[in-house]
Ligand binder design. Structure first.
Ligand code: SF4
Length: 417
Protein backbone atom coordinates (compact mmCIF):
# COMPACT_ATOMS: atom_id res chain seq x y z
CA UNK A 1 0.00 0.00 0.00
CA UNK A 2 1.56 3.29 -1.11
CA UNK A 3 1.21 6.31 1.14
CA UNK A 4 1.95 9.98 0.49
CA UNK A 5 2.93 12.07 3.54
CA UNK A 6 2.65 15.73 2.65
CA UNK A 7 3.52 19.08 4.23
CA UNK A 8 1.41 21.43 2.05
CA UNK A 9 2.59 24.91 1.13
CA UNK A 10 1.78 27.53 3.75
CA UNK A 11 1.19 31.24 3.47
CA UNK A 12 4.26 33.20 4.42
CA UNK A 13 3.17 35.24 7.37
CA UNK A 14 6.44 34.53 9.15
CA UNK A 15 10.06 34.42 7.97
CA UNK A 16 10.52 31.12 6.19
CA UNK A 17 13.58 30.02 8.19
CA UNK A 18 11.47 30.18 11.38
CA UNK A 19 9.38 27.30 10.05
CA UNK A 20 12.29 24.94 9.40
CA UNK A 21 12.81 23.47 12.91
CA UNK A 22 9.27 22.15 13.06
CA UNK A 23 9.59 20.71 9.56
CA UNK A 24 12.28 18.43 10.95
CA UNK A 25 10.47 17.63 14.18
CA UNK A 26 6.82 17.38 13.12
CA UNK A 27 7.24 16.16 9.58
CA UNK A 28 10.55 14.37 9.00
CA UNK A 29 10.58 12.68 12.40
CA UNK A 30 7.05 11.43 11.82
CA UNK A 31 8.13 10.25 8.36
CA UNK A 32 11.13 8.41 9.79
CA UNK A 33 8.83 6.54 12.15
CA UNK A 34 6.32 5.63 9.41
CA UNK A 35 9.04 4.51 6.99
CA UNK A 36 9.87 1.67 9.38
CA UNK A 37 6.41 0.22 8.93
CA UNK A 38 4.96 1.25 5.55
CA UNK A 39 5.87 2.33 2.04
CA UNK A 40 5.66 6.07 2.57
CA UNK A 41 6.83 8.89 0.29
CA UNK A 42 7.30 12.23 2.09
CA UNK A 43 7.20 15.61 0.36
CA UNK A 44 7.64 19.03 1.91
CA UNK A 45 6.10 21.66 -0.37
CA UNK A 46 8.44 24.34 0.96
CA UNK A 47 10.46 23.36 -2.08
CA UNK A 48 9.06 25.52 -4.93
CA UNK A 49 9.34 22.61 -7.35
CA UNK A 50 6.27 21.10 -5.71
CA UNK A 51 3.22 22.93 -7.02
CA UNK A 52 -0.29 21.48 -6.63
CA UNK A 53 0.10 20.30 -10.24
CA UNK A 54 3.34 18.45 -9.45
CA UNK A 55 1.95 16.82 -6.34
CA UNK A 56 -1.26 15.81 -8.10
CA UNK A 57 0.83 14.32 -10.90
CA UNK A 58 2.92 12.38 -8.39
CA UNK A 59 -0.23 11.31 -6.58
CA UNK A 60 -2.02 10.03 -9.67
CA UNK A 61 0.96 8.41 -11.35
CA UNK A 62 2.12 6.54 -8.25
CA UNK A 63 -1.37 5.39 -7.27
CA UNK A 64 -1.17 6.30 -3.59
CA UNK A 65 -3.92 4.82 -1.45
CA UNK A 66 -3.55 7.09 1.58
CA UNK A 67 -2.71 10.79 1.92
CA UNK A 68 -1.31 11.88 5.30
CA UNK A 69 -1.60 15.65 5.56
CA UNK A 70 0.18 17.85 8.06
CA UNK A 71 -2.25 20.70 8.72
CA UNK A 72 -1.42 23.85 10.67
CA UNK A 73 -3.06 27.24 11.02
CA UNK A 74 -0.83 28.73 8.34
CA UNK A 75 -1.60 26.13 5.67
CA UNK A 76 -5.16 25.22 6.60
CA UNK A 77 -6.96 26.51 3.52
CA UNK A 78 -4.42 25.12 1.07
CA UNK A 79 -4.42 21.73 2.80
CA UNK A 80 -8.19 21.36 2.88
CA UNK A 81 -8.51 22.57 -0.69
CA UNK A 82 -5.94 19.98 -1.81
CA UNK A 83 -7.72 17.24 0.16
CA UNK A 84 -11.00 18.20 -1.50
CA UNK A 85 -9.38 18.17 -4.94
CA UNK A 86 -7.79 14.73 -4.48
CA UNK A 87 -11.02 13.30 -3.08
CA UNK A 88 -13.01 14.69 -6.04
CA UNK A 89 -10.75 13.07 -8.64
CA UNK A 90 -10.05 9.86 -6.71
CA UNK A 91 -12.76 9.21 -4.10
CA UNK A 92 -11.21 5.92 -2.95
CA UNK A 93 -8.21 7.82 -1.47
CA UNK A 94 -8.12 7.77 2.30
CA UNK A 95 -7.10 11.11 3.80
CA UNK A 96 -5.88 11.55 7.38
CA UNK A 97 -4.90 14.89 8.94
CA UNK A 98 -2.75 15.76 11.98
CA UNK A 99 -0.94 18.45 13.93
CA UNK A 100 -1.57 20.83 16.81
CA UNK A 101 -4.57 22.74 15.48
CA UNK A 102 -6.29 19.42 14.69
CA UNK A 103 -5.67 18.18 18.26
CA UNK A 104 -7.04 21.44 19.60
CA UNK A 105 -10.31 21.70 17.62
CA UNK A 106 -10.94 18.25 16.14
CA UNK A 107 -14.70 18.91 16.11
CA UNK A 108 -14.21 21.54 13.39
CA UNK A 109 -12.95 18.88 10.98
CA UNK A 110 -15.33 16.08 11.90
CA UNK A 111 -18.07 17.07 9.45
CA UNK A 112 -15.69 17.22 6.52
CA UNK A 113 -16.75 15.34 3.39
CA UNK A 114 -13.23 14.83 2.15
CA UNK A 115 -11.34 13.90 5.32
CA UNK A 116 -11.53 10.26 6.46
CA UNK A 117 -9.62 10.31 9.71
CA UNK A 118 -8.41 12.82 12.27
CA UNK A 119 -5.61 12.35 14.78
CA UNK A 120 -7.25 13.62 17.95
CA UNK A 121 -4.54 13.10 20.55
CA UNK A 122 -1.23 11.68 21.73
CA UNK A 123 1.85 11.03 19.57
CA UNK A 124 0.88 11.64 15.98
CA UNK A 125 3.14 8.95 14.53
CA UNK A 126 1.58 6.21 16.70
CA UNK A 127 -1.94 7.27 15.75
CA UNK A 128 -1.14 7.63 12.05
CA UNK A 129 0.51 4.20 12.04
CA UNK A 130 -2.54 2.67 13.71
CA UNK A 131 -4.74 4.17 10.98
CA UNK A 132 -2.47 2.92 8.18
CA UNK A 133 -2.59 -0.58 9.72
CA UNK A 134 -6.36 -0.29 10.01
CA UNK A 135 -6.65 0.54 6.29
CA UNK A 136 -4.17 -2.11 5.21
CA UNK A 137 -5.88 -4.75 7.37
CA UNK A 138 -9.28 -3.77 5.95
CA UNK A 139 -10.68 -2.62 9.27
CA UNK A 140 -9.77 -5.70 11.29
CA UNK A 141 -7.43 -3.77 13.63
CA UNK A 142 -8.42 -0.87 15.88
CA UNK A 143 -6.98 2.61 15.36
CA UNK A 144 -5.56 4.58 18.28
CA UNK A 145 -6.64 8.14 19.16
CA UNK A 146 -8.27 8.49 15.77
CA UNK A 147 -11.68 9.89 14.83
CA UNK A 148 -13.13 8.02 11.86
CA UNK A 149 -15.45 10.29 9.93
CA UNK A 150 -17.48 7.50 8.32
CA UNK A 151 -18.09 5.83 11.69
CA UNK A 152 -18.58 9.17 13.49
CA UNK A 153 -16.56 7.71 16.32
CA UNK A 154 -13.31 8.39 18.18
CA UNK A 155 -11.22 5.32 18.85
CA UNK A 156 -9.30 5.87 22.08
CA UNK A 157 -6.51 3.89 23.57
CA UNK A 158 -4.01 4.04 26.39
CA UNK A 159 -1.09 6.45 25.99
CA UNK A 160 1.36 4.09 24.31
CA UNK A 161 5.12 4.42 24.75
CA UNK A 162 6.77 5.84 21.66
CA UNK A 163 9.75 4.25 19.97
CA UNK A 164 11.18 7.62 19.08
CA UNK A 165 12.57 8.35 15.67
CA UNK A 166 15.00 11.04 14.61
CA UNK A 167 14.72 12.99 11.35
CA UNK A 168 16.81 11.67 8.48
CA UNK A 169 18.61 14.71 6.97
CA UNK A 170 19.47 12.68 3.84
CA UNK A 171 15.80 12.32 2.98
CA UNK A 172 14.73 15.84 4.00
CA UNK A 173 15.66 18.74 1.67
CA UNK A 174 18.37 19.76 4.14
CA UNK A 175 20.47 21.66 1.59
CA UNK A 176 17.44 23.71 0.63
CA UNK A 177 16.61 24.35 4.29
CA UNK A 178 20.23 25.38 4.89
CA UNK A 179 20.06 27.82 1.99
CA UNK A 180 17.13 29.57 3.68
CA UNK A 181 18.79 29.73 7.08
CA UNK A 182 21.87 31.69 8.03
CA UNK A 183 23.36 28.64 9.70
CA UNK A 184 23.29 24.93 8.87
CA UNK A 185 21.14 23.71 11.70
CA UNK A 186 19.47 20.36 12.32
CA UNK A 187 16.47 20.28 14.66
CA UNK A 188 15.10 17.23 16.41
CA UNK A 189 12.75 16.44 19.27
CA UNK A 190 14.17 15.67 22.68
CA UNK A 191 10.91 15.98 24.65
CA UNK A 192 7.18 16.52 24.29
CA UNK A 193 4.64 18.16 26.64
CA UNK A 194 4.77 21.05 29.08
CA UNK A 195 3.04 21.19 32.46
CA UNK A 196 2.46 24.95 32.65
CA UNK A 197 -0.56 25.14 30.34
CA UNK A 198 -0.30 28.89 29.64
CA UNK A 199 -3.63 30.37 28.60
CA UNK A 200 -2.64 31.07 24.98
CA UNK A 201 -0.43 28.03 24.25
CA UNK A 202 -1.44 24.75 22.60
CA UNK A 203 1.30 22.72 24.23
CA UNK A 204 -1.00 20.64 26.40
CA UNK A 205 -3.59 20.22 23.62
CA UNK A 206 -0.77 19.21 21.30
CA UNK A 207 1.11 16.78 23.51
CA UNK A 208 -1.74 15.78 25.83
CA UNK A 209 -0.49 14.13 29.03
CA UNK A 210 2.84 13.54 30.79
CA UNK A 211 6.28 14.50 29.62
CA UNK A 212 8.31 12.04 27.58
CA UNK A 213 11.99 12.48 26.68
CA UNK A 214 14.43 10.69 24.45
CA UNK A 215 17.36 9.04 26.22
CA UNK A 216 20.44 11.22 26.58
CA UNK A 217 22.54 8.48 24.93
CA UNK A 218 20.26 8.41 21.88
CA UNK A 219 20.39 12.22 21.65
CA UNK A 220 24.20 12.24 21.84
CA UNK A 221 24.50 9.41 19.29
CA UNK A 222 22.30 11.33 16.83
CA UNK A 223 24.28 14.55 17.30
CA UNK A 224 27.58 12.68 16.83
CA UNK A 225 26.34 11.11 13.59
CA UNK A 226 25.41 14.50 12.14
CA UNK A 227 28.01 16.83 13.67
CA UNK A 228 30.12 16.98 10.50
CA UNK A 229 27.22 18.05 8.31
CA UNK A 230 25.62 20.75 10.45
CA UNK A 231 26.98 23.79 12.28
CA UNK A 232 24.53 23.43 15.15
CA UNK A 233 21.55 21.56 16.55
CA UNK A 234 18.22 22.72 17.88
CA UNK A 235 17.12 20.40 20.69
CA UNK A 236 13.38 20.74 20.54
CA UNK A 237 11.36 20.53 23.76
CA UNK A 238 8.54 22.92 24.70
CA UNK A 239 10.34 23.54 28.02
CA UNK A 240 13.87 22.16 27.83
CA UNK A 241 14.72 22.63 31.53
CA UNK A 242 11.50 21.11 32.88
CA UNK A 243 13.49 17.93 33.63
CA UNK A 244 16.66 19.42 35.10
CA UNK A 245 18.10 16.02 36.00
CA UNK A 246 17.94 15.03 32.33
CA UNK A 247 19.56 18.34 31.27
CA UNK A 248 22.43 17.86 33.75
CA UNK A 249 22.91 14.27 32.58
CA UNK A 250 22.99 15.28 28.90
CA UNK A 251 25.43 18.17 29.42
CA UNK A 252 27.69 16.11 31.70
CA UNK A 253 27.91 13.27 29.19
CA UNK A 254 28.78 15.68 26.35
CA UNK A 255 31.53 17.22 28.49
CA UNK A 256 32.88 13.90 29.82
CA UNK A 257 33.09 12.49 26.29
CA UNK A 258 34.94 15.56 25.01
CA UNK A 259 32.30 16.13 22.34
CA UNK A 260 32.17 19.50 20.62
CA UNK A 261 28.59 20.40 19.75
CA UNK A 262 26.95 23.74 19.24
CA UNK A 263 23.31 23.62 20.27
CA UNK A 264 20.32 25.73 21.29
CA UNK A 265 16.93 25.17 22.89
CA UNK A 266 13.77 26.87 24.25
CA UNK A 267 13.01 27.10 27.94
CA UNK A 268 11.39 29.10 30.76
CA UNK A 269 13.37 31.78 32.49
CA UNK A 270 12.40 30.65 36.01
CA UNK A 271 13.86 27.20 35.26
CA UNK A 272 17.14 28.84 34.27
CA UNK A 273 17.60 30.57 37.62
CA UNK A 274 20.47 28.24 38.52
CA UNK A 275 23.97 29.41 37.72
CA UNK A 276 25.48 25.91 37.83
CA UNK A 277 23.01 24.61 35.25
CA UNK A 278 23.62 27.59 32.94
CA UNK A 279 27.38 27.07 33.31
CA UNK A 280 27.04 23.36 32.47
CA UNK A 281 24.88 24.11 29.45
CA UNK A 282 27.45 26.61 28.19
CA UNK A 283 30.32 24.17 28.72
CA UNK A 284 28.52 21.48 26.73
CA UNK A 285 28.08 23.80 23.73
CA UNK A 286 24.80 25.63 24.29
CA UNK A 287 25.06 28.94 22.42
CA UNK A 288 21.47 30.23 22.68
CA UNK A 289 18.31 29.76 24.73
CA UNK A 290 14.98 31.23 23.69
CA UNK A 291 12.63 31.99 26.55
CA UNK A 292 8.94 32.74 26.30
CA UNK A 293 8.58 35.66 28.64
CA UNK A 294 5.83 37.35 26.60
CA UNK A 295 5.12 40.51 28.60
CA UNK A 296 5.35 42.23 32.01
CA UNK A 297 3.16 44.02 34.55
CA UNK A 298 -0.65 43.64 34.45
CA UNK A 299 -0.67 42.00 31.04
CA UNK A 300 1.55 39.20 32.38
CA UNK A 301 -1.02 38.63 35.13
CA UNK A 302 -3.67 38.42 32.41
CA UNK A 303 -1.61 35.59 30.86
CA UNK A 304 -0.95 34.06 34.27
CA UNK A 305 2.77 34.09 33.49
CA UNK A 306 4.61 36.59 35.64
CA UNK A 307 8.34 36.78 36.28
CA UNK A 308 9.97 39.39 38.50
CA UNK A 309 12.38 41.87 36.96
CA UNK A 310 15.03 40.76 39.48
CA UNK A 311 14.74 37.19 38.20
CA UNK A 312 15.06 38.33 34.59
CA UNK A 313 18.12 40.46 35.35
CA UNK A 314 19.79 37.69 37.36
CA UNK A 315 19.32 35.06 34.65
CA UNK A 316 20.44 37.55 31.99
CA UNK A 317 23.62 38.08 34.03
CA UNK A 318 24.32 34.30 34.15
CA UNK A 319 23.91 34.16 30.40
CA UNK A 320 26.25 37.07 29.85
CA UNK A 321 28.82 35.56 32.20
CA UNK A 322 28.82 32.20 30.38
CA UNK A 323 28.44 33.70 26.93
CA UNK A 324 25.08 32.23 25.90
CA UNK A 325 22.66 34.35 23.90
CA UNK A 326 19.40 34.86 25.78
CA UNK A 327 16.64 35.41 23.27
CA UNK A 328 13.42 36.74 24.64
CA UNK A 329 10.23 35.87 22.77
CA UNK A 330 7.67 38.52 23.52
CA UNK A 331 4.10 39.16 22.46
CA UNK A 332 2.65 42.52 21.58
CA UNK A 333 -0.92 43.60 22.11
CA UNK A 334 -1.71 41.28 24.95
CA UNK A 335 -4.85 42.59 26.71
CA UNK A 336 -3.99 45.15 29.41
CA UNK A 337 -0.59 45.85 27.83
CA UNK A 338 0.07 49.61 27.85
CA UNK A 339 2.54 51.77 25.99
CA UNK A 340 4.46 52.13 29.27
CA UNK A 341 4.65 48.32 29.62
CA UNK A 342 6.03 47.89 26.14
CA UNK A 343 8.56 50.69 26.60
CA UNK A 344 9.66 49.30 29.95
CA UNK A 345 9.86 45.79 28.51
CA UNK A 346 12.05 46.83 25.59
CA UNK A 347 14.33 48.92 27.87
CA UNK A 348 14.75 45.95 30.20
CA UNK A 349 15.81 43.81 27.27
CA UNK A 350 18.19 46.40 25.88
CA UNK A 351 19.83 47.13 29.27
CA UNK A 352 20.45 43.42 29.86
CA UNK A 353 21.67 42.48 26.37
CA UNK A 354 18.71 40.24 25.69
CA UNK A 355 17.90 39.57 22.04
CA UNK A 356 14.31 40.46 21.21
CA UNK A 357 11.90 38.63 18.93
CA UNK A 358 8.38 40.07 19.10
CA UNK A 359 5.28 38.49 17.62
CA UNK A 360 1.63 39.46 17.61
CA UNK A 361 -0.45 37.99 20.46
CA UNK A 362 -2.44 35.15 18.92
CA UNK A 363 -4.48 33.27 21.57
CA UNK A 364 -5.15 30.05 19.66
CA UNK A 365 -7.06 28.63 22.60
CA UNK A 366 -9.89 31.09 21.86
CA UNK A 367 -10.69 29.10 18.75
CA UNK A 368 -12.18 26.32 20.86
CA UNK A 369 -14.79 28.74 22.23
CA UNK A 370 -15.93 30.01 18.82
CA UNK A 371 -19.01 28.18 17.58
CA UNK A 372 -18.93 29.95 14.23
CA UNK A 373 -15.45 29.00 13.19
CA UNK A 374 -14.40 29.13 9.57
CA UNK A 375 -11.10 28.27 7.92
CA UNK A 376 -10.56 32.01 7.37
CA UNK A 377 -10.90 32.71 11.09
CA UNK A 378 -8.54 29.90 12.05
CA UNK A 379 -5.96 30.93 9.49
CA UNK A 380 -6.07 34.53 10.71
CA UNK A 381 -4.58 33.46 14.07
CA UNK A 382 -1.02 33.61 12.87
CA UNK A 383 1.64 35.25 14.97
CA UNK A 384 2.24 38.19 12.67
CA UNK A 385 -1.00 39.55 11.21
CA UNK A 386 -3.42 38.74 14.05
CA UNK A 387 -4.51 41.94 15.83
CA UNK A 388 -7.78 41.39 17.60
CA UNK A 389 -6.71 43.19 20.78
CA UNK A 390 -6.06 46.47 19.07
CA UNK A 391 -5.21 49.57 21.08
CA UNK A 392 -5.79 53.22 20.34
CA UNK A 393 -2.41 54.72 21.07
CA UNK A 394 -0.42 53.31 18.17
CA UNK A 395 -1.25 53.12 14.48
CA UNK A 396 -1.05 49.90 12.54
CA UNK A 397 2.09 50.86 10.63
CA UNK A 398 4.03 51.59 13.84
CA UNK A 399 2.76 48.38 15.38
CA UNK A 400 4.19 46.26 12.59
CA UNK A 401 7.38 48.31 12.59
CA UNK A 402 7.78 47.36 16.22
CA UNK A 403 7.57 43.69 15.29
CA UNK A 404 9.95 43.82 12.35
CA UNK A 405 12.39 46.37 13.76
CA UNK A 406 12.33 45.99 17.56
CA UNK A 407 15.80 47.48 18.03
CA UNK A 408 14.37 50.83 16.94
CA UNK A 409 11.65 50.73 19.57
CA UNK A 410 12.60 54.11 21.08
CA UNK A 411 12.15 55.93 17.81
CA UNK A 412 8.95 54.03 16.97
CA UNK A 413 7.33 54.49 20.37
CA UNK A 414 8.52 58.04 20.98
CA UNK A 415 6.97 59.13 17.74
CA UNK A 416 3.59 58.31 19.24
CA UNK A 417 1.66 60.03 21.99
S1 SF4 B 1 5.65 27.36 29.43
FE1 SF4 B 1 5.87 27.68 27.21
S2 SF4 B 1 5.50 25.68 26.26
FE2 SF4 B 1 4.74 25.59 28.38
S3 SF4 B 1 2.54 26.05 28.23
FE3 SF4 B 1 3.63 27.98 28.67
S4 SF4 B 1 4.08 28.90 26.64
FE4 SF4 B 1 3.53 26.74 26.32
Amino acid sequence: MKILHLYPRQNWTRPVHVTIPKRYTYFWEISAYLWKHHEVTSLDCIDPTYSIYDISKEFLQEDYKVLVLLVRTENLKQSLRFAEFIKSIKPSTKIIIYWDIINHIPWFFKESEFIDAIVVSWDWEISILSYLDYIENKGTTVPTWIYLVTEKKTFQWSYLENEWSFPNPDKAPSDYYNSLNWRKQLSFTVARWCPFNCSYCLSVATYWVRERRKSTDDVIAFMSENANRFDSFKLFAPTFNFNQKWVIELCSKIIERWLKFSWCCSSRIDLLDDEEVVKLMAKSGCYKVSVWIETINDSSKYLNKTFTKDLIKRVAWYFKKYDIVLKWLIMLWVPKQTKKDIYELFCLLKDNDITIRPTSFSPLKELAENENLTTNIIQSYDKFTFYKYWVEWIDKESYYKLIIDPNNFEEILNGKN
